[in-house]
Design a protein around this ligand. Structure first.
Ligand code: CP
Ligand code: NVA
Length: 311
C-alpha cells in the first residue's frame, strides 16, 4: 500500500475525522501545563522528521507544524520553495522522490492544488496539504476542535454560517460538514461561490449545505459564524473583491442575528474593517486565538493519522 496522504479532509473518511478530533483533544489535555517545546510523554514520532515546504507565506501553519513535531518527539525542517532546485526547473515529481529519501512526512503549502497532487502521487511518504487555492484541511480540524471545546459538545448537529468569499477555507468547512454532519449556510456574492464539487460531495453524504447571497439569512440562529480574508494569497483582483464583498462584513449587528453566545471564527490573518469589524474579532464571542493555538493539536493528530499511528 502507498503512503497515506491528507490532500483534503475526505481522505480521512467519515470516522477518520472524528478519530482525529478526539485524539487531538485527548492529547492536548494530556500535556496540559507542559512548556510548548517539551515532548508528550509517549513521544510517538521519536526518530521521525517532517519537511514543511512553503510556496506562499505562513505564520500559523509554519509554527504549528514545527512545534507539533517537537511535541511528538520528532524533528522538523522548514523550507521555502524559492530556495529549492524546483525554481530552476527540477520537476515536482523528482523533488518528491528526493524528499522521500530524507524525511518521513511532508507538509506542502502550494499555489496550485494539482502540484500537491503530483507531489503526493509519487511520494513514498505521507503528504499533508498545508493550504492550496482549493482547500485548507488542517485549518478546519483546529476550527472544529475549538468549537467543540468552547461549546462543550460535539460539532455534529450544530449550525455554521460562512459569510464572504467561498474560498479554500470555505471549501474545507463544506467537506467537514459532510463528514461530521453539521449544518452549513454560506452567504457569498454572485461570482464568489465555493467549489461546486465540494458542495455536491457534502450533500451526497447527507449534509445540509445551503447557499445564499444574504448574510442575514445565513447567520440566523447560527451557533458558529466564520469568515476569512476577501483577498487570498494568489488572488490578483483585489480591487474588485474589496468592492464586491463589502456587504459581507461580519459586524456586531450581524452577530446579533446568530444564536445567543454564537462563536466567531477566523483562520487569520484578519483584516479589521474589511471582512470583520474590530468589535467582533476582538470581542467576547471571538475564539480566534484559541483557534490559532489549536492548530498545533490538530497538526499532531493529523501527522499521527498520516503515519499510521492512529487507527
Ligand atoms: N490560518 C493560517 O493558515 O495561517 P498562516 O497563513 O499564517 O499559516
Ligand atoms: N484564504 C486565505 C487563507 C490564509 C490562511 C488564503 O488562501 O490566503
Amino acid at each position: 500500500m502507498g503512503a497515506r496522504h491528507l490532500l483534503n479532509l475526505s481522505d480521512l473518511g467519515p470516522g477518520g475525522l472524528r478519530r482525529v478530533l478526539d485524539h487531538a483533544r485527548a492529547r492536548k489535555l494530556a500535556r496540559s501545563g507542559l512548556p510548548n517545546g517539551t515532548a508528550d510523554s509517549d513521544a510517538p514520532l521519536s526518530g521521525h522528521v517532517l519537511a514543511s515546504l512553503f510556496e506562499k507565506p505562513s505564520t500559523r501553519t509554519r509554527l504549528s507544524f514545527d512545534v507539533a513535531m517537537r511535541q511528538l518527539g520528532g524533528e522538523a525542517i522548514t523550507l521555502a520553495a524559492g530556495g529549492l532546485q524546483l525554481g530552476r526547473g527540477e520537476t515536482i515529481e523528482d523533488t518528491s522522490r528526493v524528499f522521500t529519501q530524507f524525511v518521513d512526512a511532508v507538509m506542502i503549502r502550494a499555489n496550485r492544488h494539482r502540484d500537491v497532487e503530483a507531489f503526493a502521487r509519487v511520494s513514498g511518504v505521507p503528504v499533508l496539504n498545508g493550504l492550496t487555492e482549493l482547500s485548507h484541511p488542517c485549518q478546519i480540524v483546529a476550527d472544529i476542535l475549538t468549537v467543540e471545546e468552547t461549546l462543550g459538545r460535539k460539532a455534529d448537529g450544530t449550525l455554521w454560517a460562512w459569510v464572504g468569499d467561498g474560498n479554500n477555507v470555505c471549501n474545507s468547512i463544506i467537506e467537514a460538514a459532510g463528514l461530521l454532519g453539521f449544518r452549513l449556510r454560506i452567504a457569498h456574492p454572485e461570482g464568489y461561490a465555493p467549489d461546486a464539487g465540494f458542495v455536491d460531495a457534502a450533500r451526497a453524504r447527507g449534509a445540509e449545505v445551503e447557499l445564499t447571497t444574504s448574510p442575514e439569512a445565513a447567520v440566523a440562529g447560527a451557533d458558529v459564524v466564520v469568515t476569512d480574508t476577501w483577498v487570498s494569497m494568489g488572488d490578483s483582483d483585489a480591487e474588485a473583491r474589496l468592492r464586491d464583498l463589502k456587504p459581507y462584513q461580519v459586524t456586531a449587528g450581524l452577530m446579533a442575528a446568530a444564536a445567543p453566545g454564537a462563536l466567531f471564527l477566523h483562520c487569520l490573518p484578519a483584516h479589521r474593517g474589511e471582512e470583520v469589524t474590530a468589535e467582533v474579532i476582538d470581542g467576547p464571542q471571538s475564539v480566534v486565538w484559541a483557534e490559532a493555538g489549536n492548530r498545533v493539536h490538530a497538526q499532531k493528530a493529523l501527522l499521527l493519522w498520516a503515519l499510521g499511528k492512529l487507527d
